[in-house]
Design a protein around this ligand. Structure first.
Ligand SMILES: [Zn+2]
Length: 86
């Protein structure tokens, strides 16, 4: 059992240290954007350097896409509405 240093959750792990793969999986899944340098190094060792890929901003990218799509819809509806009342 290891207590997560980011959210305080008790992670069930085989060993009691913070290099346990189950714990590293948890911080990678839940806290990848908040990791300290030390934890990132641990992950890099565990994952053989693929931390950068895990950190790649897929989710930020889709958030940006969603924002752009919303803007376009709002603009479109705005033009439509203005055209309707004129
Ligand atoms: Zn956590």
């Amino acid at each position: 059992m290891v207590e997560c240093r980011y959210c305080g959750e008790q992670i069930s792990t085989e060993s009691d240290d913070a290099t346990d793969p189950d714990y590293l999986d948890h911080i990678a899944e839940e806290h990848i954007h908040d990791l300290s340098d030390i934890d990132e190094k641990k992950l890099r060792r565990e994952w053989d350097g693929s931390v950068k890929e895990a950190k790649s901003p897929d989710y930020r990218f889709s958030a940006a896409q969603l924002g752009a799509a919303t803007t376009i819809i709002v603009l479109f509806l705005g033009f439509f509405f203005v055209g309707y009342i004129m």
